[in-house]
Design a protein around this ligand. Sequence first.
Ligand code: EPU
Length: 329
Amino acid sequence: MQFLQNVSLKSKTTLQMRSNAAWYGEARSAEDVLEAVMFARERQLPILVLGGGSNLVLSSDIDGLVLANRISGCELTNEKVRLGAGENWHEFVSQATRQGIGGFENLALIPGNVGAAPMQNIGAYGLELADRFISLNAINLDSGESVTFDRSDCRFGYRESLFKQERLWCIISMELEPSDELRASYPGVHSWLQDHELEATHESIYKAVCEIRTSKLPDVLSHPNAGSFFKNPVVAVSVSEALQQSYPSLPSFPDSTGVKLSAAWLIEQAGLKGTAEGGFLVSEQHALVITHDGTSHFAELHRLIDRIRSRVLERFGVELEVEPTIYPG
Ligand code: EPU
């Protein structure tokens, strides 16, 4: 495996942050990952594992080894799916749906690679990865040890997992369980199917999700972004009730730990759509997305994050939490 020095990462994250890696390498197998662990240990370099770069904000140059995960593999049957962590997530969902292997269609068009899916327990339109997860294999970046994790080991939560919290693992492969279950009750999906006079099937839900996402979310190719920039905040029932009194149109959804509010709504109602700092902009198309024209640095993004958080806190008394990983944090 080749290790390169002083490599630009601008094109390697979808937010196109300007950042250089002191060292950069691409792993195509578990053996390559082990070689990278040894290389980094000899030089006392921290390792940052890079997947599709769609949920990562680089806040400065990287004084370590950036290891791009390019491990391939895609075995699909009706009982089990086995994927290499470097495969593109949407291509897998698309191929599975075409082959009549259901249960993943709600997660169509989520950017990024397979390895990133368990990192942040990707979710959309009423389904999250944890619902279909069997196990994954990962290598410990300190010790080189190879470990298999089942669902209960992964500490999956809302856009959370052990892997996102610890950043100590390079995911090698993952096994998922297909399902015949159809999840078509999420408001946008339900009304899309009605409007198009379609029965809910794996294929029609796939189509609905692709169309909704394409129309709602800014295209990452023309408007670099990192998807939802904030989590939807979960507040106590009493807090949500008080807010609903003043703002009856505030979208809210019951959650296991309280009530989940729409961060997009809070940001839009706080008058922040279209707010800019340098080349960073709160998207006019979807308030939860920050786009970047590729020219600015993290200091400007930091100012924009502060403005959004403090305005929403001032106006609604609700704290917003950044969703993508900021590295170095
Ligand atoms: N809304 C606004 N203003 C906007 C956009 C939306 O007020 O500019 C309101 C809508 O009216 C709607 C509510 O916000 O009632 C929710 O909007 P949407 O259905 O677009 O979903 P979201 O809560 O903003 C979450 C996920 C998305 C996921 C969608 C669909 C988070 C942080 N985001 O967004 O995930 O695709 O639901 O399930 O949970 C991602 O994580 O990167 C991501 C895109």
